[in-house]
Design a protein. Structure first.
Length: 176
């Protein structure tokens, strides 16, 4: 039986998730997360998309993306396959790194777009890893609430929904 086709159209936005197989760690050290982000950028060169927010947790990850002309299946297959090969080779492992195929939820409203961004950025706080979301090095939150530049994300679209000063208003939104 074939898998159900996922809804997609050019310009569609998604909350994408991937989890380690059997909830195992996807990242053992900072270098692993750096490699994941490097692979993500390679995929974006081949299959352009916008990345609004991300969070690389220990055993799962979140990406908030907007497609341009390619279905997410193309770049997620590239990212997950290349990362799995890297991970298995580096740690001398075999078998699945990711638990099934990536998850994705279509974002069809501004309200949901903002909720996803908030959820992604608060993930390490909810997990008890940090107290302030901008302190988590492996998320895009600092780019939204400070002057810290993050080459991986585009913040303008989400921040455009907040009054001036946008970064301060976004931070207040996170803390509500």
């Amino acid at each position: 039986m074939s898998r159900k086709h996922r809804i997609w159209y050019p310009g569609a936005s998604f909350h994408v998730t991937s989890r380690g197989n059997r909830k195992a760690a996807l990242f053992y050290e900072d270098a692993d997360r750096l490699q994941y982000l490097s692979i993500l950028e390679e995929a974006r060169e081949r299959y352009p998309f916008q990345l609004f927010s991300y969070c690389l947790m220990n055993n799962h990850l979140h990406l908030q993306i907007k497609t341009i002309q390619d279905h997410p299946q193309h770049f997620m297959k590239m990212i997950n396959t290349r990362y799995a090969k890297f991970f298995n080779k580096k740690y001398e492992l075999v078998g699945h790194v990711f638990q099934g195929r990536y998850g994705s939820k279509l974002i069809q409203s501004i309200q949901y777009q903002l909720q996803v961004s908030k959820y992604v950025h608060l993930n390490p706080v909810e997990a008890g890893m940090i107290l302030s979301p901008q302190d988590y090095r492996w998320s895009s939150c600092a780019a939204y609430v400070s002057d810290q530049h993050n080459r991986h994300v585009t913040t303008e679209e989400i921040l455009s929904h907040f009054e001036q000063p946008q970064k301060e208003k976004y931070y207040q939104y996170l803390l509500k």
